[in-house]
Design a protein around this ligand. Structure first.
Ligand SMILES: [Zn+2]
Length: 208
């Protein structure tokens, strides 16, 4: 039975950053993306790719391309983490290297768009046009990384950034998007926060 990710962040990019768990405790961190199959499972559970696509990509999980894609995902995740957590530390603003890495990742995602013909006929006449889609790039093992990068680019350049917070629990510090009406959310999830170490240790191996 594959493990289920605890998606509490109200945004897939923040849930993605939370896949390196226990970032700020002495015994941490705990890597939840130990292989390419974990990345696919996360992307599917977070609604970034559909089950059919995840299944097709999973057939290549032991390829060199899959190993490269996982490394690219982790590089993206840690650059995002450095930038997002850095906002709470005036002593350590994100370095120029971090910004450059994110710029490269976001531009890479943009480069993998296919121009597709959308044929439409309606009462108003022909409204056919071309649209941008992932198209043939959906079969590349790096596809989930590009989807994440595109979503991250949108989030990081939006006003929603002011509602990205971290859990108030010192041993948690998971990120989330505060979608509460009065912007008063303080915790990732009261139930999850208290129990997650226990709940997850069965599938996560410790790194670092
Ligand atoms: Zn928490």
């Amino acid at each position: 039975m594959p493990a289920t990710f605890q998606l509490i962040a109200a945004h897939p990019v923040l849930d993605f950053v939370n896949t390196l768990d226990n970032r700020f405790i002495d015994a941490g961190p705990t890597e939840l993306l130990c292989g390419y199959a974990d990345l696919l499972r996360f992307a599917e559970q977070a609604g970034l790719i559909d089950a059919k696509r995840a299944g097709a990509l999973a057939r290549r999980k032991n390829s060199a391309a899959a190993t490269k894609a996982l490394a690219a995902a982790l590089e993206l995740r840690e650059a995002l983490a450095a930038l997002l957590y850095g906002r709470w530390s005036s002593a350590r603003p994100p370095s120029a290297d971090i910004i450059k890495t994110l710029e490269r990742k976001f531009l890479e995602a943009d480069e993998h768009r296919a121009l597709v013909w959308n044929s439409r006929l309606s009462d108003q006449g022909a409204t056919s046009r071309v649209d941008w889609a992932w198209g043939r790039f959906e079969t590349n093992p790096e596809f989930p990384v590009w989807v994440l990068a595109q979503s991250a680019a949108r989030l990081l350049t939006s006003t929603a950034m002011s509602r990205v917070h971290m859990c108030h629990s010192e041993t948690c510090r998971w990120l989330f998007l505060d979608t509460s009406k009065n912007h008063t959310r303080r915790w990732c999830d009261m139930k999850v926060c208290g129990n997650r170490m226990k709940a997850r240790s069965f599938h996560a191996r410790r790194v670092g």
